[in-house]
Design a protein around this ligand. Structure first.
Ligand SMILES: [Mn+2]
Length: 212
């Protein structure tokens, strides 16, 4: 069974992708890997920058879904290490597999677009709702506590709960910080399919000289 991995990475996040990518082609079993590399958008202030980049990334995601219609597509964050073959993440009956529930993590999403489901409409709606939400947050001012893209997707997936395959987070989205990643792999690595590194773009020097 063939599937594609698709990911997005802004320039300031390249070290993460650089570090994780070999594990994708060595371990995932994907027949194709598609990467969208781009320069981050600069806004008027920190919130505005957040808004622009979240929308930009989600539009790329929407376009990738459109282009891959009828196939199996894994949307994967650039800071994920693939530990095992991943084809079992695609359910044969549920169109979307999430790697954490109930709190959605948008960094690992399995889309089985061989199933009849309105994927394109869903992701069109997602971008639309995200833009409206960003406008609302911008007008309200203040700091954003939760990334708006993740919050909107969370809401939309919960509205379609019957269509969601809930994968075990301990295997499919094991989240850890870099300093303890090595010991976590030693302890739980056997059960991990995806190791999701918890890292911000300001922490990229953590990848220098790192081996896991
Ligand atoms: Mn991530």
């Amino acid at each position: 069974m063939s599937f594609t991995i698709c990911s997005w990475c802004s320039r300031n996040y390249y070290p993460a992708l650089d570090f994780c990518l070999p594990s994708w082609y060595q371990n995932s079993g994907a027949s194709r890997i598609t990467l969208h590399l781009y320069d981050s958008c600069e806004g008027k202030d920190a919130n505005d920058t957040w808004f622009l980049n979240a929308v930009h990334r989600c539009k790329l995601m929407r376009d990738a879904v459109r282009e891959a219609a009828g196939t199996k597509l894994l949307l994967l964050d650039a800071d994920c290490i693939v530990m095992k073959e991943l084809s079992a993440g695609f359910s044969e009956t549920k169109p979307i597999g999430v790697a954490r529930w109930p709190r959605i993590n948008m960094g690992v999403l399995f889309l089985n677009m061989t199933l009849d489901w309105p994927f394109v409409e869903f992701f069109d709606k997602f971008v639309e709702r995200l833009m409206a939400e960003c406008d609302r947050l911008k007008k309200r001012g203040g700091k954003w506590s939760d990334p708006p893209d993740q919050a909107v997707l969370h809401e939309m997936l919960h509205e379609r709960e019957g269509d969601i395959e809930k994968l075990d987070a301990a295997a499919w989205n094991y989240c850890t910080a870099i300093p303890v990643a090595k010991e976590r792999i030693a302890k739980h690595g056997r059960d991990m399919k995806i190791l999701h590194l918890r890292i911000r773009s300001t922490d990229m020097k953590a990848f220098r000289g790192l081996s896991l």
